[in-house]
Design a protein around this ligand. Sequence first.
Ligand code: BDP
Length: 340
Amino acid sequence: MKKILCASAALLAAAALLTGCKEKGGNAAAKSNEKSVTLKLSEVHTEGYPTTLADQEFARLVEEKTNGRIKIEVYAGGTLYGDESSAIEALGMGDLAFTRVSASPVAAYVPKINALCLPYLYRDSDHMWNVLNSNIGQSLLADIEASGSGLIGLCYYDGGARSFYLTKEVHSVDDMAGLKIRMQNNPMMVRMCELLGAQGVTGIGPGDVMSAITQGTVDGAENNWPTYQNMGDYQAAKYYILDQHTRVPEILIGSKVGLDKLDPADLAIIKECAKQTQEFEIAKWKEKEESSEKIVRDNGNVIIELDPAVKEEFQTRMAPLYDEFGAEYKDVIEAIKATN
Ligand code: BDP
């Protein structure tokens, strides 16, 4: 008996994400005349940014490996969802097929993800990648799908180290007192500010940070070199404080309700293609991190290298987050620390 399987009725109804259904059965991959499916991917970064390039590479690979049956349209620059929490919510409801986001807002759905975002957790980038590529990182990615969150974790991308940038000079933890700082939508990040005597402000999408600083709604924000430069924030807050408090991985995630309706073989192809783009993004990331830092330095911004003792004080002040947000994942945190 031949069954007609619509790739995602929910997607079709909610946002016309699908342009067709395909017939189940037979060698789907070999049939080039089957109706194609078009799925949307939301990305806050602009064209040319490392994660956007990786999203596009993912789309290219999926189209190639499915002989054109599955097309993925990448919406860059936050044109579909300017705020990552809304994009994640849309995945859960089946209104969107994919989004590339920071791991930070994903923790609202899968709290265990906070174990990857704690401050001063990784010694450096290599340490982070050894963790993400190990069973620790890969099982956390699988946990996203198993958690009942409605999300599928597909792969990690590099997001470098995040530091504060402000309209005022900061040379010590005391200098942070009373500052209003835009943070990602994650209570752990807001609490981080509180522990420094500052005030974390959420609800501002990454594309709106520059104007929030210019208008004085906040005194600054925190991010890696590429976002600080690419979003134009470096023109509004000229002091970049190299405290490098976190390395928050980027994640490519999919909608479980939408993707589970695809042929399981196609979902397997999608998962495989996503994994293949990780190294691609890391290479683009390295280039962009360097060029962004150069642009910021050439612009005459003030880059504050903290005294090691001061950096240690930032770390000490943030240490309670390990108990407050990581108590249930002590084994994971220990395993991360023990990774080479
Ligand atoms: C950037 C991430 C982006 C986040 C943004 C933020 O690439 O996904 O949305 O930070 O701070 O580094 O919201």
